[in-house]
Design a protein around this ligand. Structure first.
Ligand SMILES: Cc1cc2nc3c(=O)[nH]c(=O)nc-3n(C[C@H](O)[C@H](O)[C@H](O)COP(=O)(O)O)c2cc1C
Length: 218
């Protein structure tokens, strides 16, 4: 299949949405936990979390606009200043998926989708108890992206909860051991298997890929 810019533009809206949402490949599966000023919690599935820096430790995610409904996640982050990012694991992909339904503000997806709120000392945003790898963040800024009319929500990591068995001596996290899942598009969930682990790539340490033994098969 080949699609030009004009083919893409003429496509059925839902088909275009599905294709374009999938072409970037596997994205991380996360649940964003927030709370409003009246202590009402909210949970939303998000597949756009990205690493923005390690020192200070920053993560971002893209919030898409919806002109018809309020975006409770962003409202709560602005109100409370803190939020959590919780990896989705294979045993609760279906519950996680349904947090994307447009529930009323007074309904918590924690309760509706069968998740348990968990808190750590002096940090008011709710973590997902069922998740194995969880991150607590303080909101730094919401950056408008003009071209796509989206917002990049940037937060600094204050708390990290990782299973001991998933972290190596050097600090590598094995997502396979953490049972974290990947997402394609807006409805397909994948398990992750670590296929390889390579040292930091240096010009003088690069294997000779033209050597017969390591040559890639066409
Ligand atoms: C697999 C999947 C991934 C999603 N990723 C995002 C995302 O990265 N950004 C976003 O704004 N919405 C994303 N959504 C949609 C939100 O989950 C949905 O709009 C949700 O209702 C937002 O919750 P809120 O209105 O309580 O903030 C995704 C939905 C699904 C099913």
């Amino acid at each position: 299949m080949y699609l030009s810019a004009s083919n893409i533009k003429k496509m059925d809206r839902v088909k275009r949405l599905n294709i374009i949402n999938s072409v970037s490949g596997i994205k991380p599966g996360n649940l964003i936990g927030t709370k409003d000023k009246y202590n009402k919690t909210n949970l939303a599935i998000i597949s756009s979390v990205v690493h923005l820096g390690s020192d200070p430790p920053y993560l971002g995610f893209i919030l898409r606009p919806d002109h018809n409904v309020r975006r409770h996640t962003h409202e709560n982050i602005l109100e409370n200043g803190v939020y959590t990012i919780n990896h989705i694991t294979s045993n609760f992909i279906e519950q996680a998926h349904y947090t994307s339904a447009k529930y009323e503000k007074n309904i918590s997806e924690f309760e509706k989708c069968g998740f348990t709120e968990e808190y750590c000392k002096d940090f008011s945003a709710p973590f997902v108890k069922e998740s194995k790898l969880k991150i607590g963040l303080i909101h730094e800024e919401s950056v408008p992206i003009k071209s796509s009319n989206t917002l990049m929500i940037i937060g600094r990591i204050l708390h990290l909860i990782i299973p001991d068995t998933a972290v190596s001596e050097e600090g590598y996290i094995d997502l396979d051991v953490a049972d974290s899942v990947g997402i394609s598009g807006l409805n397909a969930y994948y398990t992750l298997n670590r296929m390889g682990l390579f040292p930091y790539a240096r010009v003088d340490k690069t294997p000779n890929f033209n050597d017969k033994k390591t040559k890639l098969t066409p």
